[in-house]
Design a protein around this ligand. Sequence first.
Ligand SMILES: Nc1ncnc2c1ncn2[C@@H]1O[C@H](COP(=O)(O)OP(=O)(O)OP(=O)(O)O)[C@@H](O)[C@H]1O
Ligand SMILES: [Mg+2]
Length: 250
Amino acid sequence: MPTDAMSPGGGAPAIRAVGLAKRFGLIRAVDDVTFDLVSGRIYGLLGPNGSGKTTLIRLLAGLTHATAGHAEVLGATMPSRTTLERIGYMTQSDGVYPALSVEENARFFASMYGVSADGAVEESLALVELADRRRSLTGTLSGGQRRRLSLACAVIHRPPVLFLDEPTVGVDPLLRVQFWSYFRSLADGGATIVVSSHVMDEADRCDELLFVRAGKIIARGSSRELRDRAGTTDLEQAFLRFAGDAEAAR
Ligand SMILES: Nc1ncnc2c1ncn2[C@@H]1O[C@H](COP(=O)(O)OP(=O)(O)OP(=O)(O)O)[C@@H](O)[C@H]1O
Ligand SMILES: [Mg+2]
């Protein structure tokens, strides 16, 4: 599978980064990142704390301004108000409101995205198994339950592009499997999904991985390709190998 392929049929990629950079003072949080991501695939951003995953997602989603370069989503240069409605974003820290009930949060996000159907709220709460907690105050949910609600709110408008920042942190193993099979079904339906993680064992569930270190993409490919290229069966070792190569090349 070519790693920089255009989308099937030769259309524009779903997500594009061109020389994308973000500095905070002396910190290069995202440093000259260029890539194309095609629709119908799950991409994993893998890298240690502070490597720039969240900042990269925020740049792609048009939620922060680039210091240099630009991002495109579904053909529009970000930030784009109309494209924002076609993006789902599950933030690393839960973006749901603790003072609202579970159902009120879902309704709030539905109305924000212009989704009026009750069905969308029902479906999303059922998906994350929170339908029976609909009247609970969100602030009284457990950490994992709040994570589940955040996912429900991020997908309530069935977006074609989905950014998930460490979506499974604090989620129990059974539901984690369900989350991933849901992500897969969305990708099979044509969605483009970018998931950040530092859990290497989730990496095999992604179609393609982008190793992130010090704001740069130091390697890209399927889990198997990256392990083969690094000459190891262990993805963590592969990461360290590519990180070492990147360091040596500086
Ligand atoms: N608003 C900000 N102001 C100053 N520095 C920032 C800001 N946001 C991020 N940074 C810095 O940019 C770098 C990348 O941060 P980022 O949150 O993107 O990393 P991350 O890969 O998502 O880390 P983690 O795995 O811990 O979530 C870090 O050094 C961080 O301190
Ligand atoms: Mg982060």
